[in-house]
Design a protein around this ligand. Structure first.
Ligand code: NAG
Ligand code: NAG
Ligand code: NAG
Ligand code: NAG
Length: 256
């Protein structure tokens, strides 16, 4: 009996308080009363992601020491734009001899870190269009902080003038956060200047493998003897060719 009374009272209340009795006049009839909110994209913790993948510890340490990790996380939290990160592995930092990062100021290191990010989420396929629109501003800015992209048969190549490299794998690619592994640390002209030394191996791989020189190099098979200065040039030369061979075989592996 009590339950029936309560039921009747609450039904009456529901009727009285139903939004139609208030909102009918204020809202145009076409508007749906409660628009379904879009599901919030999953929060991506960049520190978490970068500390388990890679190893990207060197890069992450730079991000933390310069506090750029907060800028990146803030950008990642801004889900309308999102973020695209290019992350070099630890070995890319350890193999970086010249120019060195060791005498950079804290501000320069900060810019160097920001240079590794674009203020928008891009899937790998988006880079086809980005290569037409290059240079693309990074989070460090435009001009000498911009990056050029080229998209060649599914591979994204990046150029900063100092650095020519490519995306070697996708660590995370889900809107709003893209993290791509790159083979080298990206060096901006804004920090290292425009006086770029000529690169030993040119960016476009030669169509024809040079065969004449490999015959001549037959005598250099014993690496043990190392006369002081005269052989230096040869050693460097060999280094260039071995890099080239590595690059070519790397390319072949990609095609297989
Ligand atoms: C992100 O992950 C790091 C490392 O796991 C953790 O220390 C930090 O508290 C996390 N941040 C948030 C906001 O969850
Ligand atoms: C990003 O969002 C997470 C979860 O909402 C929050 O804990 C964190 O403080 C935010 N970080 C920044 C830098 O905005
Ligand atoms: C760092 O040192 C190199 C030479 O060792 C020099 O060419 C370069 O200008 C220096 N960079 C800065 C930012 O001081
Ligand atoms: C990037 O592309 C622009 C336009 O093609 C060119 O002027 C510039 O030199 C390029 N910069 C680098 C670093 O490759």
């Amino acid at each position: 009996m009590d339950i029936t009374v309560i039921f009747m009272i609450s039904s009456t209340l529901v009727l009285v308080c139903s939004p139609s009795s208030y909102a009918q006049t204020a809202l145009p009839p076409t508007l749906s009363p409660t628009p379904a909110p879009a599901p919030a994209p999953e929060y991506v913790n960049l520190t978490d992601l970068l500390s388990v993948a890679g190893p990207f510890h060197t890069f992450l340490n730079y991000l933390v020491s310069t506090k750029v990790i907060e800028t990146f996380q803030n950008q990642a939290n801004n889900t309308d734009e999102g973020i695209t990160l290019f992350v070099p592995k630890d070995e890319s930092f350890s193999s970086l001899k010249k120019p060195s990062l060791s005498n950079l100021t804290q501000d320069q290191l900060k810019s160097l870190c920001l240079f590794h990010a674009l203020p928008h989420y891009y899937s790998l396929a988006d880079f086809k269009a980005l290569s037409q629109a290059s240079p693309i501003n990074t989070l460090a800015g435009g001009g000498e902080y911009a990056l050029n992209f080229t998209y060649v048969s599914g591979t994204v190549h990046l150029s900063s003038g100092w650095t020519n490299t490519k995306v070697s794998s996708a660590v995370h690619a889900k809107d709003p956060v893209a993290i791509y592994q790159v083979d080298k640390v990206l060096l901006p002209e804004a920090i290292f200047g425009t006086d770029i030394p000529p690169t030993p191996a040119p960016a476009p791989a030669p169509d024809i493998a040079p065969s004449a020189d490999t015959e001549k190099g037959g005598s250099g098979s014993s690496p043990t003897s190392s006369p002081p200065s005269s052989s230096h040039r040869i050693v460097t030369f060999g280094g260039v060719w071995s890099q080239l061979v590595l690059a070519i075989s790397g390319g072949l592996v990609l095609f297989l």
